[in-house]
Design a protein around this ligand. Sequence first.
Ligand code: FE
Ligand code: FE
Length: 176
Amino acid sequence: MATKLKSLDDLLVHELQDIYDAEGQIVKALPRMIKAASHPELQAAFEEHLEQTEGQIERLDQAFKLLGIPAKGRKCAGMTGLIEEGKKMMEEDADPAVMDAALIAAAQKIEHYEIASYGCVCTYAEMLGYDQVHDLLGQNLEEEETTDERLTVLAESVINVEAEDADDLEEEETSR
Ligand code: FE
Ligand code: FE
């Protein structure tokens, strides 16, 4: 349903509904990503972020409450697309180390969407003087940024390195 957006207030609500739906989709998608991951550190990172995501949804519930509007989502097509892409990737016949690298890429695309969303709503809330809402959204933003950085470190120090060596190992095995 189309909504009339007459003010930054309206846009804040619209975008909060979008990210609320997106977070709900992520909670459903993460267990599949945990299962598809091989490296224990990557599994742990996803597991922790699943827990964090549940807390983020609670903060969004609080934000809606503070704004005096019902907590409800608005179909986030962007997140549906990102998750759909990730699903297709997980169906590929990939070496486990390469799959881990691909899972990090999929997860980081999701995190970047969230960082963009929270960045915008944080700014709106601040401009509109909703200090408590701003604080809650800022906490979510920080968690997404930390997760993104953690995945980068994990990729650069371990996962991508193993993925890079994956076919060397395979060649060794087949030449034996
Ligand atoms: Fe999130
Ligand atoms: Fe996230």
